[in-house]
Write a protein that binds this ligand. Structure first.
Ligand code: FAD
Length: 665
């Protein structure tokens, strides 16, 4: 790996500076995160004051392309439309309401301190920096905590039906990694309700003509002109028609890349193509190996399974996690007496118990299963038991809190969780890595902004539960409206059209890419390649990693990618609805991304958060960071498939939360 830079993330934000990546005379690249100087509490206020504004009458002269209509994209499109910009919003589903965000169950964090239990903006900031194992940018996280309180007000004003207490006030529950109750929720459907709120705001703008919605339209390339993001190439998934869309800035809100693992809790359609194609056009990709394994998923049941189902983390509020003390104990759970059960999280982490963060809970589940104490037919499962809380609170209270999750579990497993403990096992759930962005959410390509799970985000090496929805909405409702305006007002852009050579070249290369996939006419299905790729990445770059396994994985992924380009079969044509073709393009990108994840994981010789390198652990088996050498964001540049990517480092500085060994004991 060629390391080309050590960079700086400080530096005062200037009003018109839009280049975040510069190459020095010696050839080293520098990243400038454009973090405002001064106290962290005032950073966002300072930034907003210093940012240039677009005159209201001029806003309608600008066209913004927003790719994605999940929580991040819908909130951004609605807000930008409301401000008077012309917005084109794209999604591959038939309706923005079907974005993956709809699947979010458990809740959304906010430092409202309604419970009066000691919460504050500072505490949410602190918990998030610590929970992310000190691999996130402090200033971003602080702003996220500040915005969290506005999000709840915004959503309540939209009519989002958050759970309420008997007296009518908004209710909160606690989530992993926090000792306060700051999670707002709408039963087990928080994402759906929040998305409906954002969707209504979006549709209002569609109705006024300010936003044009293009569903069933997939972005396949980014158009860069004079170094600025000026458009996209998209394919209508129903007719197959390719089109070029030009604008003043491009905003990607295209979600995470967890489906690189094939089996994941993400919606089946979630993919990395938009961010990957932007990466190929020059946007740096940050911390790709930081992926999150969620501890409470329904265990894999067989080889033909194509999807994993999450049981919300909220269940850990009332469910107790245990396995038998004895190895290979095959008795039914009700036959195992209390004294022969190991409530291992409560035993090892008495302060946080079952509410330790996800990375800690997942690793511990793997450890007890590796010891031969796992439950269920495969031995890859642990119990999540509600007997005690049903006894204490009554079945009705539990039904009220988690009824829809219990029903879902019963439909999938045919077991009644009111009577027998749920069986759960960790699964891939979220990706902290993504396109590198500065404080203004701009990537290394001026005019290309990235929001929500698609950016490398504010979560460092491990995201705390209920913080993704918070981040997506903070980005969409409260950050991009300012920062995109600053960009538009502060940069010169020439007039562009779809006939410009760069646009036509991107269109032609997209067409060629599709033709190439259709022409292979091999013998293996796209899914069979995806499944094999996913297994390699899961085995070697999943819950735990080591150098030998990662090296092996890189070789195997390269070989499989070569076979893919020789032997994949994509039936049908490019001129109409063709789901195999859609998948083939996405899997081709997953091959390159999967390899980069392994390269990143191999380069990071430490354990932190969800990145657990077996070689680097404390005597107690916890993640052992190496702050001296690895306290940076790893931002990778594309140099061609199979070539060594270029590493650029953004050093992380901690002035407020001092890095320490995380302890949840
Ligand atoms: C099962 C599950 C439960 C979860 N529960 C919670 C929770 O309780 N709390 C929490 O905080 N987080 C939760 N998360 C995480 C959270 O749901 C996601 O991180 C978040 O919703 C992502 O939102 P987003 O707007 O960034 O992307 P998404 O909602 O994934 O939206 C992506 C959008 O981009 C579009 N798109 C993608 N690629 C293209 C392309 N090439 N062209 C055109 N359009 C494209 C899609 O059509 C879609 O509209 C959960 C995740 C899962 C998997």
């Amino acid at each position: 790996m060629r390391e080309t830079m050590t960079g700086t993330m400080t530096g005062t934000m200037t009003e018109t500076k839009t280049e975040t990546r510069t190459v020095t005379k010696t050839g080293t690249t520098k990243l400038d995160a454009r973090i405002p100087a001064g106290p962290i509490e005032q950073a966002w206020d300072t930034a907003r004051f210093e940012m240039k504004l677009v005159n209201p009458a001029n806003k309608r002269r600008h066209t913004l392309l927003v790719v994605g209509s999940g929580l991040a994209g819908a909130s951004a499109s609605a807000t930008l439309g409301e401000l008077g910009y012309n917005v084109k919003c794209f999604c591959f589903q038939d309706s923005p309401r079907r974005a993956h965000s709809i699947a979010a169950q458990g809740g959304i964090n906010a430092a409202k301190n309604y419970q009066n239990d000691g919460d504050s903006i500072y505490r949410l900031f602190y918990d998030t920096v610590k929970g992310g194992d000190f691999r996130a940018r402090e200033a971003n996280v602080y702003r996220l905590a500040q915005n969290s309180v506005h999000i709840i007000d915004q959503c309540v004003a939209q009519g989002v039906p958050f759970a309420r207490e008997y007296g009518g006030s908004l209710e909160n529950r606690s989530f992993g990694g926090a000792q306060v109750s700051r999670t707002f929720y709408a039963r087990g459907q928080t994402g759906q309700q929040l998305l409906l709120g954002a969707y209504q705001a979006l549709e209002r703008q569609v109705d006024t003509g300010q936003v044009t919605m293009l569903p069933r339209t997939e972005m396949l390339d980014l158009i860069v002109i004079d170094g600025q993001a000026r458009g996209i190439v998209a394919r209508n998934l129903v007719t197959g028609k390719l089109s070029v869309h030009m604008g003043d800035a491009v905003i990607l809100a295209t979600g995470g890349y967890g489906n690189v693992y094939y089996l994941s809790t993400n919606a089946k359609g979630s993919n990395a193509t938009a961010i990957w194609r932007a990466h190929r056009r020059g946007a740096l990709f940050a911390n790709p190996c930081f992926t999150q394994i969620h501890p409470t998923c329904i265990p894999v049941s067989g080889d033909y399974q194509s999807k994993l189902t999450l049981m919300s983390e909220s269940l850990r509020n009332d469910g107790r996690i245990w396995v038998p003390k004895q190895k290979g104990d095959k008795r039914r759970p009700d036959e195992i007496p209390e004294g022969e059960r190991d409530y291992y999280l409560e035993r090892k982490y008495p302060a946080f118990g079952n509410l330790v963060p996800r990375d800690v809970a997942s690793r511990n589940a793997k450890a007890v299963c590796d010891e031969g104490r796992g439950v269920g037919e495969t031995g890859l499962g642990v119990y999540l038991d509600f007997a005690e809380s049903i006894g204490r609170l009554g079945v009705e209270t539990i039904r009220e809190r988690y009824g829809n999750l219990f029903d879902m579990y019963q439909r999938i497993t045919d077991e009644d969780p009111y009577k027998v403990p749920m069986r759960i096992y960790p699964a891939i759930h979220y990706t902290m890595g993504g396109l590198w962005v500065d404080y203004q959410l701009q990537s290394t390509i001026p005019g290309l902004f990235v929001l929500g799970e698609a950016n490398f985000s504010d979560h460092g090496a491990n995201r705390l539960g209920a913080s993704a929805l918070m981040q997506g909405l903070s980005d969409g409702y409260f950050i991009i409206p300012y920062t995109v305006g600053n960009y538009l007002a502060g940069t010169k852009r020439k007039a562009v059209t779809a006939s410009d050579p760069e646009a036509q070249a991107a269109l032609a290369s997209t067409r060629e890419g599709i033709a190439k996939l259709l022409a292979i006419k091999g013998t293996r299905t796209v899914d069979s390649f995806h499944r094999e790729l996913g297994k390699i990445v899961w085995d070697e770059c999943g819950m735990s990693r080591n150098a030998a396994g990662l090296r092996d994985a890189i070789g195997r992924i390269r070989a499989l990618r070569e076979e893919f380009w020789q032997n994949v079969t994509v039936p049908g044509s490019g001129d109409d609805l063709n789901q195999s073709l859609e998948k083939a393009g996405r899997v081709a990108d997953f091959f390159e991304l999967g390899e980069l994840m392994c390269i990143d994981a191999l380069e990071r010789n430490e354990s932190c958060g969800g990145h657990f390198r077996e070689e680097y652990q404390t005597p107690e088996g916890e993640a052992q960071r190496d702050d001296e050498h690895y306290s940076y964001v790893a931002a990778w540049g594309y140099t061609g498939a199979g070539n060594k990517p270029e590493l650029t480092k953004e050093p992380l500085e901690f002035s407020y939360v001092h890095p320490s060994q995380r302890s949840y004991k």
